[in-house]
Design a protein around this ligand. Structure first.
Ligand code: SAM
Length: 270
């Protein structure tokens, strides 16, 4: 709740700009039924559900994808994960899934949101192989050269580079340039994982409403991209089967019911 969140961060004033301005991380936490959010975030989440009633289902489908993809990467020998825009920890985070199978699997969570990073750091304080850092992915060198990344991630061994439900918050040129630069730092055998809002399904009017809602938050953009635009993040990475599909259909078709879905996902081998 609002008080535990504020207390946790050691902040005295719940009315500060910090808590009165919604953040994309905390709106998402509210959508998932988490309790690391403030009143302003819950209001924004409610607003989003009004525009887009399936937003909560989609957030859950997205988290389920995250879990499936971590197993997929573990099966292919990936034991290190860089989870960009990792958000507020909820059940089934990358390190929980990975370290259950590989106890010393390495995970670095990266998020721009201080609340997300503070909560992640707290739950990871006794975990020698996982950590969270606050960074803006638009500055990929700062991510790659961060001492925590350098300590935990071996850039000569395969890495799972994950952007799960986050690139639609990053404006055009910044997003492509940054993903490309992170991707090109990874060795062969690494994988790029993306789930992303697709613009073809949300009617244009709705997309404008969603963009307007997020304009009040910490992120400077919130917009879907077309499937081709999303695929272009992969550059020359080889997209693995089944390709770019609805997030709940990756990798095996799910229940096939895509009504109202607005998030697609794909995985590319580098
Ligand atoms: N990946 C998580 C998941 O799927 O459950 C969280 C997704 S949440 C919808 C998007 C996250 O991206 C938020 O936590 C937000 O703070 C983060 N974010 C947005 N822009 C960012 C940026 N430029 N750099 C790093 N993180 C960013």
């Amino acid at each position: 709740d609002i008080h535990s969140g504020v207390g946790f961060l050691g902040m005295a004033n719940a009315d500060s700009d910090f808590s009165s301005r919604p953040s994309s991380a905390r709106i998402y936490d509210a959508l998932l039924g988490g309790n690391h959010n403030f009143a302003a975030d819950r209001e924004a989440a409610q607003g989003l559900l009004t525009i887009f009633p399936l937003a909560g289902d989609m957030a859950r489908a997205n988290r389920a994808f995250l879990s499936r993809v971590v197993h997929y990467l573990l099966d292919r020998g990936v034991h290190q994960f860089l989870d960009i825009g990792s958000g507020i920890p909820t059940v089934g985070n990358v390190h929980e899934i990975a370290q259950r199978r590989i106890p010393d699997a390495r995970v670095v969570y990266v998020d721009i949101d201080p609340v997300a990073v503070a909560h992640s750091t707290d739950i990871l304080k006794d975990n020698p192989w996982a950590a969270a850092i606050q960074a803006d992915m638009r500055f990929p060198d700062a991510v790659l050269n961060h001492p925590t990344v350098r300590r935990l991630i071996d850039l000569d061994q395969p890495i799972g580079l994950m952007f799960v439900a986050m690139l639609h918050f990053v404006p055009e040129d910044d997003a492509y340039r940054a993903v490309q630069s992170l991707r090109s730092a990874l060795p062969a055998g690494s994988y790029l994982v993306i789930s992303h809002g697709v613009s073809e399904t949300v009617a244009d009017a709705k997309e404008a409403e969603v963009t307007a809602l997020y304009r009040r938050t910490d992120v400077s953009a919130a917009h879907g991209r077309t499937r081709d635009q999303i695929l272009s993040f992969f550059g020359d990475a080889e997209i693995v089967p089944p390709g770019l599909v609805w997030v709940h259909e990756w990798p095996d078709g799910g229940d096939g019911d895509a009504r109202g879905m607005a998030v697609v996902a794909a995985v590319g081998e580098i």
